[in-house]
Ligand binder design. Structure first.
Ligand SMILES: [Ca+2]
Ligand SMILES: [Ca+2]
Length: 300
């Protein structure tokens, strides 16, 4: 695909085995090539279907973006005999994908939304707002992948902006013992924005992280909750480094967890507050004791 071209269809774009849709070599940063389609379907294969956009390219999907990888090896390593290679979606630099319907990963897919160099330390300050690579979803995010090593959204932006129905979002990551671990092959997302009028329900309907059967969480670098959005965390976790909250009252139901990583990594926070309260009482007692002593001395 050359610079500043447009491909439009009201029908579907199916990238079957060996089909690749990407920019040609020599792309310029201002390239605004656009792909418009009804649905986009990426298939697994010995050479898989692949769609990559970069520079300022745009992908508009009126329906769903579906990635089919049910015959891809469920663990990293050399390809299993007879196993297929996962379909590939890549959004790089300042490119953007806008999916009005669902984003659905059936089985295993390679998904990358990558603005540039990863921040250091992992999960620290990230590029917020426009300008970076982003994936905008109007419908549900359905993910049955068990390969976090093929999920690269730690330095990209995901925007949830559905306004016609509640969007469900499958969480897949784990709360681990350090922030660095939580931002390494853990289905993490750099920036997650929920737009005004969107109503999002975070769920854990599928066991994505096979290493543990515990309730899974979406790990986020910077979470942005727009005024007028509605957010429910239902038997799942939504865990972030920083959160800009314009007044959204997040509903935690069925042991849903909405918390910052720093809150979770200091389990002694409550214990410390008890100790601090105890120290205050002790010092208050000391002051009283001191006064009594002074009073007694004066009297003597
Ligand atoms: Ca899950
Ligand atoms: Ca799990």
């Amino acid at each position: 695909m050359g610079n500043n071209r447009t491909i439009s269809t009201f029908g579907d774009i199916v990238l079957g085995p060996g089909a690749v849709l990407q920019s040609v070599a020599g792309i310029v940063p201002t390239d605004t090539s656009t792909v418009n389609a009804g649905n986009v379907i990426l298939q697994e294969g010995t050479t898989p279907g692949e769609l990559r956009i970069q520079a300022s390219m745009r992908l508009f999907v009126q329906g769903d973006l579906v990635m089919n990888g049910n015959n891809v090896a469920p663990s990293p390593g050399p390809a299993v005999f007879g196993g297929l290679t996962e379909p590939i979606l890549g959004i790089f630099e300042s490119a953007g994908g806008e999916i009005e319907g669902n984003v659905q990963i059936n089985g295993i897919a390679q998904v990358t939304v990558e603005s540039g160099s990863p921040p250091s330390p992992p999960g620290s300050a990230r590029p917020a707002g426009p300008g970076g690579a982003e994936l905008r979803i109007g419908g549900n995010f359905v993910n049955t992948s068990t390969r976090p090593d093929l999920f690269h959204l730690g330095n990209g932006t995901v925007i949830l902006d559905g306004v016609t129905a509640v969007q469900t979002f499958e969480v897949a990551g784990r709360v681990l013992s350090t922030q660095a671990e939580m931002f390494a092959n853990n289905f993490e997302i750099g920036n997650l924005r929920i737009e005004p009028g969107a109503s999002v329900r975070f769920v854990d309907a599928f066991d994505n992280s096979l290493a543990s059967a515990e309730q899974e969480s979406q790990i986020v670098g910077q979470l942005f909750l727009s005024a007028g959005a509605s957010v429910t965390v239902d038997a799942a976790g939504l865990v972030f480094v920083t959160c800009i909250n314009q007044g959204v009252d997040v509903n935690e139901v069925n042991f849903g967890l909405f918390a910052s990583i720093s809150q979770l990594l200091t389990p002694s926070a409550r214990w410390w507050s008890v100790v601090c309260l105890g120290l205050m009482m002790l010092s208050a007692g000391t002051i009283v004791l001191g006064r009594r002593r002074r009073f007694q001395r004066t009297k003597a």
